[in-house]
Design a protein around this ligand. Sequence first.
Ligand code: AMP
Length: 397
Amino acid sequence: MQSLNKMTVEDLDVKGKKVLVRCDFNVPLKDGVITDDKRIRESLRTINYLKDHGARVILCSHLGRPKGEVKPEFSLAPVAAKLSELLGQNVAIAADVIGADAQAKAAALKDGEVMLLENLRFHKEEEKNDEMFAKALASLADIYVNDAFGTAHRAHASTAGVNAFLPSACGYLIQKEIEVMGKALNDPKRPFVAILGGAKVSDKIGVINNLIDKVDKLIIGGGMAYTFMVAKGYTVGTSLVEPDRVEDAKAMMKKAADKGIEFLIPVDNYVGDKFDENCECQLVDEGKIPDGWMGLDIGPKTVELFSNALKGAGTVVWNGPMGVFEWKRFAAGTEAIAKAVAESGAISIIGGGDSAAAVEKLGFADKMSHISTGGGASLEFLEGLELPGIAAISDKK
Ligand code: AMP
C-alpha cells in the first residue's frame, strides 16, 4: 500500500508564491456551454484557500481528448469564464500552456490572483509524461498542488512529472479521497460491507480480490452478477456473462467461503426479452431465467436480502449500479440499495463514475459520507494499486 501521509496545502507557506494547481476541469460541454459545473465548484475550496493565503494561483487541467493538437472546441476558455463568475474575480486564460503568453501571464500575477493555462492535452507530451514538458510547466511556478483525483491513476506530466521539479502537496479533494478511502481500506469501522455492481466482472476483479481480504460481507449485483450465477451452475438466458471469468468467479466465492465472509448474489431478477427499455419484462427467482431473457435489475427479494446485510454496517463501499439504472423501469434495485446504504448509518463511500451518477440521479448524494470524484482512480485505489499522481506528492515530514 502506498504512503497516504501526504503534504497538504495547509502545510505550505504560499504567500507571494506562484502555485501551479492541477485541477479536474474535464466538464461536459455542449456548443461551447458548460452543462454541469460540478467539477469546477468542487475545486473552489482549494483555490480559495490558496488565494486567501496570498498565493498567485496558476490553474491547469485537461478537457476532453484533443489528442495533442490545439483544437479550439477543447479550449478551457468557458471554464475560465465560469471560474471568474464563481470566484467573483477575473480569471484570465493563457493563450497557450507553456508558451510566451502563459509565461507572461504567470509572471505578472499578483498575490491572490488566479489564472488558467490552456488545455494541457493540446500538447502530446502531457500524456507521455515528457520530462521537458513537465519541466516547462514547473518553471511557471514555485510550488505544485495536485487536486485532480480523476486523473491521479495516470502518470502524466501534470500529474506525476512536475513533482520532480517543485515542492508538492495535495489539495482538499485528493486529501479527502485518500483520508476516507484509505481509512476504509486500512482501518475500517466494522462491519465493513462492499457492494459491487455494474457491467463487467473483468473491470472489478482486482477490487474484489483486494476487498475480499478486508471486508466482512461482499454483495454483488448488476450485470456482473450473472457470471457468478453461471459459476454456481445456473443458466442465465441472454444475460451479460463473461465466460472467461467464470473460473475467477468460482475462485472468489470459494475464497469468501474459506474466510467466512458473507458473499451475496441476487436471488431474484427482473428480466427482459431484449436489451431495450420498452422490452417485455418479468420477475424470476434465482436459477429461473428463461432462455432468450436477460437480467436487467435485481428483484424485491434481493433488495430485502441486500438491505438486511447493510443494516448495522460500520463502513460501506459501493461501486457499480445494481441494474440498468439509466432506464427508469430498471432503476428500482439501484434506488433501493442507495436508500439502504443511506439509512444504514454507516460511513458510506461511493465510487466515482456510474455509481456516483446513479446516486446523484436518484437523489441520494447528500446522504452519503463520500462520493469519489474519480471513477477509474477510485477503482484503482480500492484495488490497492499505487496511483502515480498520489505517489508523486511529497510525504509529510
Ligand atoms: P460499470 O461502469 O462497470 O460500473 O457499469 C455501469 C453500467 O452497467 C451501467 O451503464 C448499467 O446500465 C450497466 N448494467 C448494470 N446492470 C446491468 C445488467 N443487468 N445488464 C447490462 N448492463 C447492466
